[in-house]
Design a protein around this ligand. Sequence first.
Ligand code: PMP
Length: 424
Amino acid sequence: ERLDETERALIARREKVLGPAYRLFYEKPLHLVRGEGVFLYDVAGEKYLDAYNNVASLGHCHPRVVEAITKQTAILNTHTRYLHEGIVDYAETLTATFPEALSQAMFTCTGSEANDLAVRIARHVTGGTGIIATELAYHGLTSAVAEFSPSLGESVTLGPHVRTVPAPDSYRHSPEEVMEKFGRDVSAAIADLKRHGIKPAMLITDTIFSSDGIFAGPKGFLKPAVDAIHQAGGLFIADEVQPGFGRTGETMWGFERHGVSPDMVTIGKPMGNGYPMAGIVLRPEVIAEFGPRARYFNTFGGNPIAAAAGKAVLDTIRIEGLQQNALEVGRYLMDGLRNLSHPAIGDVRGSGLFIGVEIIDDPATKRPDSALTTRIVNGLRDRRILISASGPNANILKIRPPLVFSRENADMLLDALGDVLKTA
Ligand code: PMP
């Protein structure tokens, strides 16, 4: 299928006015105009099954969120320097989904800002500057956060105060090794910081290692690493921007699967089902001293519309049982993927509706097959199913659909993937 005239012209205009830093998905870029539930529609009216977008976690344009935003937009939109019930209600509802110790919330507009604020707080509390993150982590785009987001590649230089550790590769290490290795690597990074006279401030991980290649288990492997950073006087920050809000099925928050206690949790993406909102949920002790001095203000963060959108999202997750759906359909889909028993499928892993499928060219060597992965992603796109790829070799199919994904939707994906694998 070739691009038609409309798309070619739009791409040219886009490149001219947006410049060279932007990317488009797929060899044949998609021109979307509408979304509803798990489906997206292009300009020609073609329907695509969305098995990738986690922001629209409740499904695209969920009516309850649309209504909440629309209503509040017509009533009032200010900021957090006036009293307003909405923000307090929302913060209470949000913090109630966390373990008791994590009882305060602060609001931003993006995940990057949330992580940026977390760094400032961690440095203030610990008096340290050292940061430990994983080798292919992405935590955001501000200057401070890009310095510990190695997945940005050559475009950023990691900070001199940053140490990276390998993500726990459960495909190439036994569960026993993973359990032991991650903590050992973090301890070594702490020792290296100290050797260079740098006091550790924090360990930060995405709790399902989204950009490192999606590593969900064995459950508990985070614990020794969290213990190590705490012993060294640093904080643990759980980045739940991708795994959070019920996606991993077993628990509302990814860190809970590992039985660890973060000092701060950063959240974003699906928080407003598309309305831009993010934030930090933290232990009050962490902010007690920094807070009064910081005079924190974020013009748009936590405004009445954001609070209304966020509340509608939490209500919908509960009312529609979306965490449970993620668990059940996620299991069904992972079973189905394993049952494809194709030699190029080396590993199927994940939790809930956050699934990684590692594509290899030889089961004996487990060598990544990036080229085949690209053909699969584009082959699915041609069959109107949307996914993407992740990991150091971009050879892990990343399947992360809206949480309303059904068994029937899973079957559509499985049929199409089986078909693509025959010809790719
Ligand atoms: N943390 C993680 C794990 C993310 O995936 C992202 C976004 N991809 C961010 C932080 C940054 O969020 P935002 O794009 O909203 O700034």
